[in-house]
Design a binder for this molecule. Sequence first.
Ligand code: A3P
Length: 345
Amino acid sequence: MLFKQQALLRQKLFVLGSLAIGSLLYLVARVGSLDRLQPLCPIDGRFGPRSQDEIQLRALQFKRGLLHEFRKGNATKEQIRLHNLVQQLPKAIIIGVRKGGTRALLEMLNLHPAVVKASQEIHFFDNDENYAKGIEWYRKKMPFSYPHQITIEKSPAYFITEEVPERIYKMNSSIKLLIIVREPTTRAISDYTQVLEGKERKNKTYYKFEKLAIDPNTCEVNTKYKAVRTSIYTKHLERWLKYFPVEQFHIVDGDRLITEPLPELQLVEKFLNLPPRISQYNLYFNATRGFYCLRFNIVFNKCLAGSKGRIHPEVDTSVITKLRKFFHPFNQKFYQITGRTFNWP
Ligand code: A3P
């Protein structure tokens, strides 16, 4: 009997001991990974006169979860006061291009400790009804952040909407503008695929891409088709250049962001005058998804939603060739204006 009790006690002690060691190892690993990830934020004077320690601590709190709550708009009045949280107008906007990889870019930039993303597309500047609500309405849509951080929002419709450049200029004429582009024909097919999926979800039939992209009467590219027009990047950019100098734009290669995201993100960090903080550790290739996913720390990582990275329908090669030929001169002009050349066919 005594022997049985002793064995039971030993067993209990063993289980408790394993649990304690397990928890300890977990904590060590987690803190270690956070330290590696951490901003170490030697954020320059631009972000305010905070001490290094304070910045590190705050950034640590951020990515650990506090900010997660704030971002969902869940900051209590007490937290807002305690942490000096503010809702700031964006210092940079991802203005497009739809299906260029705008979501991936925003999420990846959000890995940076000095960046806070507006999760939703706000559609302030392209939607007359929203715009009429005024700039305070827009600011209130922004996530809570520390004053030294920068807020970024993305609404891809901005790039192609006539009124937007002037409206953004009126808000902040020195704002930084990010445009992420993909090879124009692939982008147009991606655009079509999104619409097609929407129709299928509603059990509706839809035209084939070929039928929309090529005018059946002339057999030429149908420039009235929105997916085609959106891919004429230079036409849209020229409208923006009436308000902003070319130096205020940064062009992101959306095709490279898929295959090799880090160098593209490093170029953006530079453009935004941010210290380089996004590292390879933050990005890992997920073979099941076929895309890079995001790693904030050892416990928190995420891939983009399944609606990003759809399988495109097969498109007639003669239509693809025709479209590529059509886009070619516009692409050349785009390279010339932006100073960034792509190997688009
Ligand atoms: P496809 O669905 O055509 O593959 P947007 O966010 O502007 O709508 O762009 C969607 C595109 O982002 C997707 O287009 C996908 O290829 C691309 N993308 C880039 N990086 C990605 C990533 N890490 N995960 C998922 N999609 C990514």
